[in-house]
Design a protein around this ligand. Structure first.
Ligand SMILES: Nc1ncnc2c1ncn2[C@@H]1O[C@H](COP(=O)(O)OS(=O)(=O)O)[C@@H](OP(=O)(O)O)[C@H]1O
Length: 364
């Protein structure tokens, strides 16, 4: 019988027992090589069903969530609700890797432990995309609108929308309408009373104008901002039934959340600082979520043409990626008198909000 030159040079003839062991060892070695090969994604011929297409939309049905509503009531199926990606090639490649890795490591889908609940036009997309670069965060890109529009579908439906994750990963989603919708605090509480809640807030006057700008971009014929702001222009009474106005009464909405959650479970992120000092604001967010401080100044590059921070991956030489055209729209000029009236209207709500949160946001 012939064996390897090493064995023969040693003049050792293996016993049948050793031969069996060698045989098992070879099989194990091939299996390990194959598994490592799969881990890097090469043995996966079928792409993951949940991946983000080149336009940054989740492709597995999330896009169809939420019916379109009256644009004037600002309940529209926002473009943003379908999600947006900063780095397209990364998303597809990552999805393939994720698929192979998840079966290898037995990843599971978890209900979110943290949710960005608002506010609309506060900067929620930017925050979610910043967080998605964190290695311990798994977040769904599209807005699930589970607690407001899809609650009857049940928690298993919701869980199934979430990306797969490992023990120790934090699962997240963002749906900005939650903060101002009546039944949501109790519904989230019933899912888990430990859910961490993040609210990105912005000067309510600028927020209202941003909200209006978005609506007008889809319905150019809507009445002017000035006429929608007042119940009756001559009386100067603000129309609090207009959602663009109502959303900015942050203190009023917060009262509802505090009936279910202690203040320590809510984090208020400044939409203004998310633009002027994203790394600083991310320290607060990562600490609140008990994540390692990974996302720091190395991840941001201020783009003067866009007027916003864009994201870069410190380990790569690729160009920084900015959010899409629907973020950072040019706002129309609004009559300064109307802006002042709105400022006066919001002042007591802002003061109350600063007092409740213990944080002065500097809008007044
Ligand atoms: N980094 C970066 N890039 C682009 N835009 C940024 C960024 N950070 C915050 N913002 C501000 O985010 C505003 C949109 O807020 P949201 O993402 O919460 O909008 S939405 O409710 O999801 O539609 C958007 O509002 P507008 O400027 O009115 O378009 C931006 O001002």
């Amino acid at each position: 019988m012939e064996y390897s030159p090493i064995i023969s040079s040693l003049n050792v003839v293996p016993s049948p027992h050793v031969k069996n062991k060698l045989f098992v060892f070879c099989i194990m070695l091939s299996l390990w090589v194959y598994m490592i090969y799969c881990c890097v994604g090469y043995c996966s011929t079928v792409p993951s069903l949940r991946y983000v297409n080149r336009h940054g939309k989740d492709v597995d049905g999330v896009e169809s969530l939420g019916a379109s509503r009256d644009l004037l009531n600002n309940n529209e199926n926002d473009l943003d609700s379908r999600g947006e990606e900063w780095d397209e090639p990364r998303s597809e490649a990552k999805a393939l890797d994720d698929n192979a890795l998840s079966s290898f490591f037995n990843e599971t889908k978890k209900l979110p432990q943290a949710i960005i609940i608002g506010v609309k036009k506060g900067g929620t997309r930017a925050l979610l995309e910043f967080l998605r670069l964190h290695p311990d965060v798994r977040a769904v890109g599209a807005e699930p609108h589970f607690f407001d529009r899809n609650y009857d579908k049940g928690l298993e439906w919701y869980r199934d929308l979430m990306p797969k994750s490992l023990e120790g990963h934090l699962t997240m989603e963002k749906t900005p309408s939650y903060y101002v919708t009546k039944d949501i605090p109790s519904r989230i509480y019933n899912m888990s009373k430990d859910t961490k809640l993040i609210v990105v807030v912005r000067d309510p006057v600028t927020r209202a104008i941003s909200d209006y700008t978005q609506t007008r971009s889809k319905k150019p014929d809507i009445p002017s901002f000035e006429s929608l702001t007042f119940k009756n222009i001559s009386s100067g009474q603000i129309d609090t039934s207009w959602s663009a106005v109502q959303i900015g009464m942050y203190a009023k909405h917060l009262e509802r959340w505090l009936k279910y959650f202690p203040m320590e479970q809510l984090l208020f992120v400044s939409g203004e600082r998310l633009i002027s000092d994203p790394a600083g604001e991310m320290v607060r967010v990562q600490d609140f979520l008990r994540l390692k401080r990974v996302i720091d100044e190395k991840y941001f590059h201020f783009n003067p043409a866009k007027g916003f921070p864009c994201l870069k991956r410190p380990e790569s030489n690729s160009k920084p990626h900015c959010l899409g055209k629907t973020k950072g729209r040019t706002h129309p000029n609004i009559d300064p008198d109307v802006v002042q009236k709105l400022r006066n209207f919001y002042k007591p709500f802002n003061m109350k909000f600063y007092e409740m949160t213990g944080h002065h946001f500097g809008w007044d």
